[in-house]
Design a protein around this ligand. Structure first.
Ligand code: NAD
Length: 304
């Protein structure tokens, strides 16, 4: 199977460098017309210029591709609306949105200024919501869309010193889950990528030898599969250093505590059992969990 983006229009936020640049270049190489968004700020989100986005646009054009630069800030809903309008004006449709823009302001929670907590959530979580909102109606109306969230292992597993970032990145999995259901009947598929790559964001966290394995281009294949026509939906792929795997949220089978035995002591006594992952299942929707536990309680009541 060959994956082409011929005739597709893609927006990649934060595509002036790092992962976003790698995604934008490969999308263009495979035929997509690309809107290269980047606010062009420092790693902590300060400053800003369109030079970074324009450089990637120049790179795409010199390779024979089509692209336009957008200097919008993802934290601004009106900037994102203007970006979507510019995409429609230039290319007539929007098929793909890769939410990739991001900043870091790492500190332990004890030392974290809440302004830094809010700034990181604003870029990653609200920024992704702003950009997605700006393209959502267009995708619904044309009954086709592919939206990719850039989450992180820091969000789903945790990393010391990244409470702001981890919370925002886990929030994106929640946004993916819900938008999957709301987009489904309009042909919109919503996925997430959890990258590991050597960019300016991770540059000072990893040693030289490790960095060599972590070219951003190693993440792009998973990202592009997740925005292709063949993409699954509500799927989160971990990608980096040549390994691609799926991140899944599961629940254990759990234990049923009969009436009269629903005490904290009973939970403590059952903990080792209820936490066991064998027979763990992936739940297909929030409501499915509710239905399952009610069915179990009813079955137990009938058996009693
Ligand atoms: P990067 O710093 O090279 O790229 C981020 C880009 O986003 C920058 O070009 C920056 O100018 C842009 N940006 C920042 N704030 C913006 C805003 N408000 N509006 C528009 N653009 C803005 O870092 P990267 O590693 O390529 O990160 C890309 C994404 O991948 C981020 O969401 C990051 O959290 C995520 N991620 C990266 C790694 C990794 O290992 N590099 C791991 C997990 C997740």
């Amino acid at each position: 199977m060959s994956i082409s983006f011929e005739g597709r229009v893609a927006i990649v936020t934060g595509a002036g460098g790092g992962l976003g640049r790698a995604h934008a270049l490969e999308l263009a190489r495979r035929g997509a017309k690309v809107v290269v968004n980047d606010f062009g700020g420092a790693r902590d989100g300060t400053g800003g210029s369109t030079a970074a986005a324009q450089a990637v646009v120049d790179e795409i054009r010199s390779g024979g591709g089509e692209a336009i630069a957008d200097g919008g800030n993802v934290t601004s809903a009106s900037d994102m609306e203007a970006m979507a309008a510019a995409a429609l004006q230039a290319f007539g449709r929007i098929d793909i949105l890769i939410n990739n823009a991001g900043i870091l302001r790492d500190r332990t929670f004890a030392k974290m200024d809440m302004a830094d907590f809010a700034a990181v959530v604003a870029v990653h979580l609200l920024g992704s919501a702003n950009a997605t909102k700006a393209v959502w109606e267009t995708m619904r109306a044309q009954k086709y869309g592919r939206v990719l969230m850039t989450s992180s292992t820091s969000g789903v597993y945790g990393n010391f010193g990244q409470s702001n970032y981890g919370a925002a990145k886990a929030g994106l999995i929640g946004l993916m889950n819900v938008l999957h259901f709301e987009g489904e009947k309009y042909g919109i598929r919503v996925n997430a990528v959890l990258p590991t790559a050597a960019t300016r964001m991770t540059g000072d966290m990893l040693d030289e030898q490790t960095l060599a394995h972590l070219a951003p281009e190693n993440v792009t294949p998973a990202a592009l599969y997740l925005v292709s026509e063949e993409a699954p939906s509500r799927t989160a792929l971990l990608a980096g250093a040549g390994t691609v795997s799926r991140m899944a949220i599961v629940e254990t089978e759990g234990v049923f505590l009969p009436q009269g035995q629903r005490t904290p002591e009973a939970v403590a006594a059952a903990f080792a059992d209820l936490a066991r992952l064998d027979n763990a299942i992936e739940t297909e929707a929030g409501l499915a969990h509710v239905e399952r536990i009610i069915a179990r309680a009813k079955a137990a009541a009938i058996a009693a």
